[in-house]
Design a protein around this ligand. Structure first.
Ligand code: HEC
Length: 136
């Protein structure tokens, strides 16, 4: 009986440890491995009104369902996702380079769809520019 209790305590502790480890400040399950050449990549589209407007239309159509209209990660589909899509208004997102945003949008992972082949690089840069406007 004593052994059983010890086992149970250990088990509960392990479960808590896993729950704690899977919690993450930014809500991401694990860090992304963005290759250096993408991290350092120059944005190929100037952040002007035309780009931001084009990016907004694409974002609302393709991304807002999960990421939310203002990028808070609160789109209608978000609650059905296993992983939190991220808060685009916060420092964790905004401190990344344009190239990191580009890479993640282009190649995706898990529940984040991959837009390679579905959108041109120019479209992706337009959205990257638009998503900068979510900064608090
Ligand atoms: C089906 C829901 C869904 C759609 C649609 C979607 N995303 Fe995502 N997105 C996610 C999820 C979930 C994550 C977090 C994935 C992870 O960390 O493994 C994510 C992560 C991201 C990230 C990385 C965020 C960070 O903090 O590093 C970017 C950038 C991104 N998405 C951009 C977009 C863009 C741009 C579109 C539209 C073209 C889009 N997403 C459409 C679910 C979605």
């Amino acid at each position: 009986m004593k052994n059983y209790k010890t086992f149970l305590k250990g088990f509960v502790l392990i479960v808590f440890c896993f729950a704690f480890l899977s919690l993450n400040v930014n809500g991401q399950p694990k860090p992304w491995n963005v290759p250096d050449e993408y991290k350092a990549m120059n944005n190929q589209v100037v952040k002007g009104d035309a780009s931001i407007k084009a990016g907004m239309a694409l974002y609302i159509k393709n991304c807002a369902s999960c990421h939310g209209k203002t990028g808070l990660g609160d789109g209608v589909k978000a609650r059905m996702l296993k992983d939190f899509p991220g808060d685009f208004s916060g420092a964790f997102y905004q401190n990344q380079t344009d190239g990191e945003h580009f890479y993640k949008t282009k190649f995706g992972r898990g529940e984040m769809p991959k837009y390679e082949g579905k959108m041109t690089d120019e479209d992706i840069w337009n959205m990257v520019n638009y998503m900068r406007t979510f900064k608090k």
